[in-house]
Design a protein around this ligand. Structure first.
Ligand code: PEP
Length: 256
């Protein structure tokens, strides 16, 4: 069975809820109904804009799907400043990014924390987008596979094959995020091929064939088509370029 493309925009800590309303409306105008049959289109606004974006999606009958950039693993309680998975699910969030490199490197999240978040997302009926990626030093030390393999196994261990097949993995080399330096199509395909083989070894061929693996790191309208031409690359997690609805729509419509 062919895997459906998925293109997700990670708005990071950008856009007030008023700006976010305009951004999602503009994006909606720029996409055709047929685009959604081909690609799952996801936007991940900051928490403060989720409700507004969800309302626009609903009232304008858009088929854009709502994602969140992060989550805390406990369902409720004395965790000042955190947002739980039930809170996100209630807002219509379908996708949650876990393990983004900015969370790992700026906020000190480790594999065990990523695993707990991932389980909270699954337990609340949403789909995790699990981000993994090596730093430049790790790539230069030729330990990319060890690093991304370790992150993947750390997040996924103990899950059954059906669950693993249904989730989304994002390979995001840290040196390519927000730097304008994209991995070559071959580097991206090689790392993603490795992650798919790892899923095959751990959870079986059916899960490996089913799981969607995205590339992330300075994706633009200019480089998306080359990346998508690689068999193993099922879509993209887009940061900077997703803030511009024109650019993001061109990335979604990469074949045009
Ligand atoms: C990201 O934040 O996941 C990302 C890939 O950012 P950018 O596209 O800006 O490199």
């Amino acid at each position: 069975m062919a895997r459906k493309d998925l293109i997700a925009g990670n708005w990071k800590m950008n856009a007030t809820h008023l700006e976010a309303i305009q951004m999602v409306q503009k994006l909606g105008y720029r996409l055709d109904p047929g685009d959604y049959d081909r690609v799952d289109v996801v936007v991940c606004p900051p928490f403060t804009a989720l409700r507004s974006v969800q309302t626009v999606i609903e009232t304008d009958y858009l088929r854009i799907q709502l994602g969140a950039q992060n989550v805390f693993w406990e369902p409720q309680g004395a965790f000042t400043g955190e947002i739980s998975a039930p809170m996100l699910a209630k807002l219509g969030v379908k996708w949650v990014v876990v393990g983004h490199s900015e969370r790992r490197h700026i906020f000190g999240e480790d594999d065990a924390m990523v695993a707990r978040k991932l389980r909270a997302v699954l337990a609340n009926g949403m789909t995790p987008i699990v981000a993994v990626g090596e730093t430049l030093e790790q790539r230069e030390a030729e330990i990319t596979e060890e690093v991304i393999g370790g992150q993947l196994q750390g997040a996924l261990q103990g899950l059954d094959a059906g669950t693993v097949g249904a989730l989304v993995i994002a390979y995001e080399p840290v040196w390519a995020i927000g730097t304008g330096r994209t991995a070559s199509n071959e580097q991206a395909a090689e790392a993603i091929g490795f992650l798919r083989r790892l899923v095959g070894e751990g959870w079986g061929e059916a899960a490996a064939e089913m799981v969607r693996i995205l590339y992330g790191g300075s994706v633009t309208p200019g480089n998306i088509a080359g990346l998508m031409a690689k068999r193993d690359i099922d879509g993209a997690l887009v940061g900077g370029a997703s803030l511009d609805p024109d650019k993001f729509a061109s990335i979604v419509r990469y074949w045009v």
